[in-house]
Design a protein around this ligand. Structure first.
Ligand code: MLC
Ligand code: AMP
Length: 510
């Protein structure tokens, strides 16, 4: 029987020379990891997991700073046949408590500095093991793995077996865990491998976090499946990244990263001469950024579109013979992936008409973890996943996203769900009601802004509300501004008109 374990496919792509460099760390100590280091390190970590005798399908949750060892942990979880659950490092205890309670992981791996609160949460949720992993190669996870054999036979998996759960917030209610299988991940990685012309001599600058689709799957899988080297930035630094373009061929980033590099002086055609591909996604790339980049670097950004539930769905062409890369569009449906636009009644939209974007294909997830009802709601009767994005498709098959039917803010590539923030604000003393909206922001694309109504006779302080939120939730979700007003605009049904609020505050960050 063929093994559909994603790690098997990645391992098969490693170069013959296992002593060659697989990952070079760009920041801090001059560290590099060979392909053999990856193979042996992931084997030891996988053996550690196997030694714990966990039930099949166990979830391994990780909230760790970006490091090569953290990537190895992900690969080890695949290899051992368990399910990886990455968590944004910005999440605080109240947020993590929900994920752990919902996913019921058997193992939690956290940064040493968070062990106190994390182990308490884990104990209450009956998690069996809590290990630490720091970004300086210390922690109990590596201590324990060091005693394990560096030989490990990759666990046999079927294509439909779960490989990862990515939590994605709901428009109403709590976050949902999108279940992605080995088959989802591998088919998407193989498609992008062919489409974007990955080669063994490519060098990827990896400067994204590794707890989301973009950095963990699209970027890492791309390089690993090509047997290509990565230059690894634990944190994005625009000038330092530009300085490494001379040694690299591919870069992937959210629009904020491109905007920040454009603000640097060193971005020139000469600096980018060796680069063959700049890819942007996770949030809309402004046409100005697209054009400025073309002018300053001499290269045309390839914009693509994806999401946690579907990995990548569309991409602008890589090869000129497949078409132009059109700024402002997210390109064509990926080969083997169906993407369509439907109206409010579920009927096909005419070419160029705006409607709901739906998707079907081997990339589409297997449902939300323990939420069959929610899963059913998000699929059409004929089995297409409703992305919640609104857009159109032109006569040449290029998709353009024009908005979202889901109440979602994308700030610097991170998703923020207004309902969640409103929930926290509404619980505060003296608050009658609140509305959270995304306002155009030069750096983050959109920034979170809260408009709050006090209870009669109560005085509220905007900065104090923001400060309270900062102690409760991930920093990127905290409103950049909080306004206290007497009332919110409403329609005749009494519903808050967020479009009017967005209009009213649109120049705030100009
Ligand atoms: C940081 N801050 C943000 C923010 N990131 N505020 C709003 N939105 C963000 N995204 C704030 C912090 O709260 C903090 O504020 C201050 O900025 C400094 O924090 P930092 O951590 O030092 O920031 P920085 O390192 O500059 O991070 C910015 C960033 C980061 C753009 C590099 O946000 C980032 O890596 N974004 C990429 C996200 C990503 O990978 N998305 C992919 C999703 S996958 P204060 O006030 O506390 O000081 C997906 C599917 C797909 O969407 O299609 O790919
Ligand atoms: P996430 O759930 O974090 O994976 O975020 C997915 C969402 O990001 C999508 O549903 C889109 O709204 C948005 N997104 C991803 N890529 C793009 C893009 N290139 N342009 C506009 N929006 C995008």
């Amino acid at each position: 029987m063929d093994n559909a374990n994603l790690y098997s496919a990645l391992r098969a792509a490693f170069p013959a020379d296992l002593d060659a460099t697989a990952i070079e760390c760009a920041d801090g100590a001059a560290l590099s990891y060979s392909w053999s280091d990856l193979e042996r390190g992931t084997a030891m970590l996988a053996n550690l997991l196997v030694s714990l005798d966990l039930p099949a399908g166990s979830r391994i949750a990780a909230q760790t700073e970006k490091s090569v060892e953290a990537l190895m942990l992900y690969l080890a979880v695949l290899r051992a046949g368990y399910v990886y659950l990455p968590l944004n490092t910005a999440y605080q205890a109240a947020e993590v408590e929900y994920f752990i309670g919902n996913a019921e992981p058997a193992v939690v791996v956290c940064a040493g500095k968070n062990f106190g609160w994390m182990s308490k949460l884990a104990f209450l949720a009956e998690v069996q093991y809590v290990f630490t992993l720091n970004d300086d190669r210390s922690g109990t996870l590596l201590d324990r793995a060091a005693c394990q054999s560096d030989q490990h036979e990759v666990a046999i998996k079927a294509a439909d077996d779960m490989a990862a759960i990515l939590y994605t917030s709901g428009t109403t209610g709590r976050s949902k865990g999108a279940m992605l299988s080995h088959g989802n991940l591998l088919s998407n990685a193989q498609t992008l491998h062919r489409l974007w012309g990955w080669q063994a001599d490519d060098v990827l600058i990896h400067a994204l976090p590794i707890f989301h689709v973009h950095g963990l799957f699209v970027a890492s899988h791309g390089a690993l499946l090509a047997g290509a080297k990565m230059i690894w930035f634990a944190k994005f630094e625009p000038r330092a990244v530009i300085n490494r373009f001379a040694d690299a061929t591919i870069f992937m980033g959210v629009p904020t990263l491109y905007g920040r590099m454009l603000a640097e002086g060193g971005l020139t055609p000469a600096a980018c001469q060796k680069m063959r591909l700049f890819i942007s996604g996770s949030a809309p790339l402004l046409i100005e950024t697209f054009r400025d980049w073309q002018q300053r670097s001499g290269k045309t950004i390839l914009e693509r579109y994806g999401m946690s539930e579907t990995i990548m769905l569309t991409s602008n062409p890589y090869r000129a013979l497949d078409g132009d890369r059109l700024g402002g569009t997210v390109g064509l449906a990926l080969p083997g992936v169906g993407v369509r636009v439907r109206d409010d009644q579920g009927q096909p939209c005419a070419t160029g008409d705006i409607g709901h974007i739906e998707v079907q294909g081997p990339n589409v997830f297997h449902g939300y973890w323990r939420m069959p009802e929610k899963t059913r709601e998000e699929f059409t009767a004929d089995g297409w996943f409703k992305t919640g994005d609104v857009g159109r498709c032109d006569a040449n098959g290029y998709f353009t996203i024009v908005g979202r039917s889901k109440d979602l803010i994308i700030s610097g590539g991170y998703n923020v769900y207004p309902a969640e923030i409103e929930g926290y604000i509404n619980e505060m003393d003296g608050v009658a009601e609140s509305a959270v909206v995304g306002i155009a922001h030069a750096d983050f694309g959109e920034a979170v802004v809260a408009i709050v109504i006090p209870k009669p006779g109560t005085a509220l302080d905007g900065p104090a509300i923001a400060a309270t939120l900062k102690r409760q939730i991930a920093n990127f979700k905290v409103p950049k501004q909080v306004f206290i007003v007497a009332e919110l605009p409403r329609n005749t049904m009494g519903k808050v008109q967020k479009n009017l609020l967005r209009e009213q505050y649109k120049g705030l960050f100009a």
